[in-house]
Design a protein around this ligand. Sequence first.
Ligand SMILES: Nc1ncnc2c1ncn2[C@@H]1O[C@H](COP(=O)(O)OP(=O)(O)OP(=O)(O)O)[C@@H](O)[C@H]1O
Ligand SMILES: [Mg+2]
Length: 353
Amino acid sequence: MPWLLGRNVLETSCLSRVVVSLGIEVVVEGLTKEFGRQTIWRDVTLTLPEGEVSVLLGPSGTGKTVFLKSLVGLLKPEEGRVLIDGVDMVNDRDRDVFEARKRFGLMFQDGALFGSMPLFDNIAFPLREHTRKKEQEIRRIVLERMEMVGLGGEERKLPGQISGGMRKRAGLARALVLDPEIILCDEPDSGLDPVRTAHISQLLIDVNARIDATMLIVTHNIDIAATVPDNIGMLYRRDLVAFGPREALLTSDEPAVLQFLHGDTRGPIGMSEEKDAALLAAEAADTAGPARTRRTIEIPPQLRPTPGMPPRQGEHRHSLRVDEMLPRLSYPAQQAIWANRNHPQEGGRNGAN
Ligand SMILES: Nc1ncnc2c1ncn2[C@@H]1O[C@H](COP(=O)(O)OP(=O)(O)OP(=O)(O)O)[C@@H](O)[C@H]1O
Ligand SMILES: [Mg+2]
């Protein structure tokens, strides 16, 4: 199975291959989204660094899916900009946004496969829709991506004839066919058992190692958040409460972040996202206390590519960036960063996909 995909590869000889191009950064500035009188989030500013893997957390209904759709221009925020290599996905002409959208791979929350189409045609769909490639070339690309996500030999199956985990991987294969420079995954783990969740985590890291795409993964799964990304952000109460190195968020003592990481009923997040003031006050008076205030979460080492994969270039660039910000991070975050760096580099804890 080839290591690296077309655009990213310069063949220097039949044996050696060198990565020559990178994922591109996504710059989000002052983004505000409203539906009628409902503000979903406001003034969101962050940069997804090129080739790094980031996770977006947040209670249900905080607008994570709306955020992903806004990045690709499928939804139009009322204010702000999303810059992809000079194209503003919010304000530029439809034609430019449509072209820029081809640089993205999208893995939707529900897989979004066409039920009556075999997997092969589902995965070939973006190539037939967005390119003029010949069927022979389409076949080569589709089979290569299916092999990559462990679906080799399943081309003729319909989505209804395969498991939920396979459908997720088919969604990822489809997100990969256009050689995306940016990959957005909306809950790649939902509905998966812990073993398959571990496999998909490893797959995401391996994909990043292979193609160096900039990745944003929306998830509720704390194991994924703790082990996969370089950076984590969290949406809460219409704001981006944090975005930074994985270790900074995992050691944060922000009450909403702590509550979310611990899956605690105590704290500012309620069933309808925000608790009302009366309930919060009652909790505060409770002897059990309103919310956890100490860091108790174990920070595992970050997943590394499966042995035999190329090293992640994004990881290298991330550590250079983090070096610069290290003095400004909290002491627990600094400790966690050093512990991760000093951890043996065995890689591929989850085994093969
Ligand atoms: N097209 C739309 N028109 C009006 N309101 C919408 C639209 N799409 C989403 N919303 C609203 O925006 C809010 C955020 O929805 P979104 O699907 O982004 O949440 P989420 O954070 O992805 O939640 P979950 O974790 O459950 O997937 C919800 O209140 C939803 O009802
Ligand atoms: Mg969602």
